[in-house]
Design a protein around this ligand. Structure first.
Ligand SMILES: Nc1nc2c(c(=O)[nH]1)N=C([C@H](O)[C@H](O)COP(=O)(O)OP(=O)(O)OP(=O)(O)O)CN2
Ligand SMILES: [Zn+2]
Length: 155
């Protein structure tokens, strides 16, 4: 009876594929990552409980599209995380939004437009030359309340 031989690590990982074979297609693909941050705010000109100071754990769902690079990625999820943390989270997390955002009523609708402009500028600098662009952004203020923006609607 022949002994079962464990495949070598090299065979298991398929490392015989060289870099030039990694590019599988040239399609535009969208990738999505979710983030959270915590912040306080209150609404102006609003007759209701949200006129009082209160806080949310905001959730942001960010979708970008682009053509894959030579290793099959539109953009590394880790890079998206660093970009979001640098452009948005660093400025808003555990902050009082009425003070740190440009003058605006801090509704989800207004905040998402500000976020879109900030993220789009940063993405353009990061990988605009590869056609990586923001496609869709959703901002959840509570688990049941959100605002969203899509490239197709922009004008
Ligand atoms: N169109 C908008 N309406 C409201 C906004 C907003 O940004 N855009 N914001 C608020 C308050 O800031 C707050 O977010 C309350 O929202 P609401 O969904 O009413 O929160 P609740 O916790 O009461 O939600 P339930 O899931 O219904 O309990 C108000 N409106
Ligand atoms: Zn609120």
């Amino acid at each position: 009876m022949s002994a079962y031989k464990i495949p070598s690590r090299l065979q298991v990982l398929g490392s015989d594929i060289d870099r030039s074979q990694l590019k599988y297609h040239d399609r535009r693909v969208a990738v999505t990552k979710e983030f959270t941050f915590d912040a306080a705010h209150h609404l102006h000109a609003y007759d209701g409980k949200c006129a009082n100071l209160h806080g949310h754990t905001y959730k942001v769902v960010m979708t970008v599209s682009g053509r894959v690079n030579e290793i099959g990625m539109v953009v590394d999820f880790g890079d998206l995380k660093r970009l979001f943390e640098d452009v948005i989270k660093r400025r808003l997390d555990h902050q009082y939004l009425n003070e740190v955002l440009p003058p605006m009523n801090t509704t989800a609708e207004n905040m998402i437009v500000w976020m879109w402009e900030e993220l789009e500028r940063a993405l353009e600098a990061y990988a605009g030359d590869r056609g990586v662009r923001l496609e869709r952004l959703v901002l959840y203020e509570t688990p049941t309340s959100s605002a969203s923006l899509e490239r197709a609607w922009m004008s």
